[in-house]
Design a protein around this ligand. Structure first.
Ligand SMILES: [Zn+2]
Length: 131
């Protein structure tokens, strides 16, 4: 990291309490890195940890990648309001749909006339359509 951080500045880091990547305010600096930071969401003050090492770190990073992929795809979606998913409806690439179980997703691929791949927030799913 080459960006110069300073006290009072806002930056993104992981909040252990919220268990999310959130905006924090730097309270103290430790060399070139933040020392203590305050979560803007839950207001808790904690020590900045540059790396979160977890046993399932690899799996987590795949999930993060998926989430980034999902959110950027969602931004490129055709409509702002999602279409309620139904197997009888016909969907096209770029359609944003809402599924009762999986939530909001975007049609990523047409597998065949009756099958589509949808990228949901948690995972990609193959669903039937156009039945
Ligand atoms: Zn928090």
């Amino acid at each position: 990291m080459t960006s110069s951080l300073s006290v009072g500045q806002e930056f993104l880091c992981h909040c252990a309490k919220c268990n999310l990547e959130l905006a924090h305010i730097i309270i103290t600096m430790k060399g070139n890195e933040p020392g203590k930071v305050q979560c803007k969401t839950c207001q808790s003050v904690h020590t900045f940890k540059p790396k979160i090492i977890k046993k399932r770190g690899k799996r987590k990073s795949t999930q993060v990648q998926h989430l980034e992929n999902w959110s950027s795809k969602m931004q490129s979606g055709k409509q702002e309001a999602p279409i309620d998913y139904s197997p009888t409806k016909k969907f096209e690439i770029g359609d944003i749909i809402r599924h009762p179980t999986f939530g909001d997703g975007i049609v990523n691929r047409l597998i065949d006339n009756n099958k589509i791949e949808i990228v949901f927030e948690a995972d990609s799913k193959f669903l039937v359509h156009n039945k």
